[in-house]
Write a protein that binds this ligand. Structure first.
Ligand code: NDP
Length: 351
């Protein structure tokens, strides 16, 4: 089968696993048309692990070279692009038209589209798909590096793989927390999320390894990996800490986080802990993790890997401004008070 068609098989497999494997059902944050919170089937981690195991089993049995996804990366990218466009077309054009055609195409006509009678929430499926295909790409790109430099592989590439895999597994482990984020409260499913999760997330996020898998290790002393890993986990603690604190607050505004009672303006806008340091410390955390991943590859002189942290800076910088506007409109005077108390947008004492 031509590699161009592999994404169709893989994406269908992930969809089927998500729809068929057992899942826990939880109540989400946003409401459905009946005004009640939507319910979600969550089995992301199981689907992710099952897919990785199936891929590893196929490679182990010799049905597929370990680095097949690296060797055929351009065909896979092209196949995923076509699928992403088809998917976007189906999701957007099967929904009733909206006043602004282009906004509907880009951000979706339906806020919370669901298939199979509500069994598959498309947003949750898309994030799961993106994370799983990205993991396979990373493992295959890493395998190519290991096969290219037997016995001399860069330890930084191994650290990169370990940290990135941790990043994806922990996202799926805390899948439920994702239901309380911007993606669920502010946008629908159109080209941005559909094409984004079919193509951009699984292929662009690994651009660092895509660009450096052929290169030998930099020969840096092993200890240099320690500060890089520490930088990654510092970023992780900012992002995860802030997201968890908000999640517990939204579920129970009186709940204590790490034993400390929250300070909330008007009982609604959290202004303590991570949310008292800046208005989006979670975004700073994402950027620090991206920088650490790029440094782990050991080739700061190659510019392509830097596109990954640069993307975060641009995307999250813009999102912070949009979110500020959304929250100012929603919370009014409470938000003004919050901005007065916590003047830093993302980086405490800097920005
Ligand atoms: P947030 O999780 O910060 O969600 C923003 C929403 O949270 C606001 O619209 C508001 O919604 C609520 N909120 C904001 N400030 C407060 C406050 N002080 N008190 C109470 N509620 C508040 O942002 P995102 O959804 O953008 O990001 C979630 C996570 O995902 C972050 O860690 C982010 O970095 C990460 N991310 C990762 C990406 C990736 O590609 N890896 C891409 C984008 C994000 P409400 O109406 O509920 O009050």
């Amino acid at each position: 089968m031509p590699a161009f068609l592999w994404p169709a098989v893989l994406y269908a497999l992930i969809f089927a696993l998500h729809a068929l494997l057992p899942a826990r059902t939880v109540e989400g944050y946003v409401s459905g048309p009946d005004g009640k919170p939507l319910r979600y089937r969550l089995n992301g981690l199981v689907v992710f692990l099952a897919t990785v195991l199936l891929w590893a089993g196929a490679c182990w049995r010799g049905l597929l070279p370990w680095d097949a996804m690296y060797l055929h990366r351009w065909e896979l990218l092209a196949g995923a692009c076509v699928l992403g466009l088809l998917f976007t077309g189906v999701v957007v054009f099967t929904a009733p038209p909206v006043p602004n055609f282009f906004r509907g195409l880009f951000l979706g006509r339906v806020e919370q589209p669901r298939w199979l009678g509500g069994r598959v929430d498309l947003k949750m499926f898309l994030y799961l798909l993106g994370a799983t295909v990205l993991e396979l790409n990373l493992l295959s790109f890493g395998a190519h590096h290991l096969l290219r430099y037997p016995g001399e592989a860069s330890p930084g590439v191994l650290l990169y793989l370990a940290l990135f895999s941790f990043f994806l597994v922990e996202y799926l482990f805390f899948e439920r927390v994702h239901l309380y984020t911007w993606d669920f409260v502010a946008e629908g499913v159109g080209f941005k999320l559909g094409w984004g999760c079919f193509v951009f997330y699984p292929f662009f996020y690994g651009i660092g390894l895509w660009a450096t898998a052929e290169l030998p290790g930099p020969g840096w002393p092993a200890w240099t990996l320690v500060p890089i890993a520490l930088l990654f986990f510092l970023g992780w603690s900012f992002a995860r800490g802030a997201n968890m604190q908000k999640y517990f607050f939204k579920r129970d505004p009186g709940a204590r986080a790490l034993g400390i009672a929250p300070v909330a303006i008007g009982g609604k806008v959290l202004a303590s802990g991570f949310w008292g340091l800046s208005r989006h410390l979670n975004y700073l955390g994402e950027v620090l993790m991206a920088v650490a991943l790029t440094l782990a590859l050991g080739h700061p002189e190659v510019l392509w890997p830097w596109l990954y942290p640069l993307y975060y800076v641009l995307m999250l910088g813009a999102r912070q401004r949009d979110d500020d506007k959304r929250c100012a409109a929603k919370y009014g005077a409470l938000w003004e008070e919050y901005c007065r108390r916590v003047p830093w947008r993302i980086v405490p004492f800097v920005y």
